[in-house]
Design a protein around this ligand. Sequence first.
Ligand SMILES: CCOC(=O)Cn1cc(-c2ncnc(N)c2C#N)cn1
Length: 286
Amino acid sequence: MVLEIPGATHLHSGKVRDLYEYGDHLLMVASDRISAYDFSLEPGIPDKGEILTRMSLWWFEQLADIVPNHVISTDVPEQVAGRALIVERLDMFPVECVVRGYLTGSGLADYAASGHVCGVPLPRGLVDGSRLPEPIFTPATKAEIGDHDQNITFDHVVDTIGAEDAAALRDLSIQVYRRAEEIARERGILLADTKFEFGRRPDGTIVLADEVLTPDSSRFWPADAWEPGRSQPSFDKQFVRDWLTSPESGWDRDIESAPPRLPDAIVEKTRERYLEAYERLTGRSW
Ligand SMILES: CCOC(=O)Cn1cc(-c2ncnc(N)c2C#N)cn1
């Protein structure tokens, strides 16, 4: 929802976040909206925007020794207190830097069709949820509103931004993923895959931007429920998915109609999952 925020000019809205110009900087606002099956659902999940903003901030702190980030301040307008960040305006690379440690989703589909993901060959016999021998860089181009990102090869990234920057983004993405996956795994959460966005400062420094390592930019799986060979339960969205695909919701996913409003009980259980992910990862109580 585009808010009237003093000093801020709306730039761009995603499914669950909004970006504003804010003086020389940008204001990145996380809403309470939740998205599933490519729909923005109603109602929002209370505190989701704040929980994921705090989670992103915590990850930026954990990663500051290996990559600079775009966060300037949390001193944001009171209408968006706690769920927005003032960030440095960067020259963004037009590449969604996806890293996968496990095979699922569009990666699994590409693998099933070709034995490769984004041109990267994988061993035979992998199934949904298989852990990959090594994390792989599987870039994508930003899709138009409402469309899926398009998986591309590393060579396509080279053609787009040059070999040096393409290698730098790949290496940095994998390094950051490895660090985050280890931290999450120690806390019982499998970071199956994640999407980074990077920008460049005028001095050429590559900076980690956007949100990082939240359940909106990543697949979070509860480690104790991991079982390759079937789809894994989502740490945060499984209650929503199960209800939407149950007879109780009356929703038929195939006719592409908007899903019904979520019942209060599903909203509350989902809020508790976001809180649990935040507290387990950061060790901080809400
Ligand atoms: C509405 C949600 O979509 C986005 O925020 C994607 N996006 C990010 C930028 C960006 N542009 C310059 N500098 C930055 N630091 C950033 C960041 N983050 C533009 N679009």
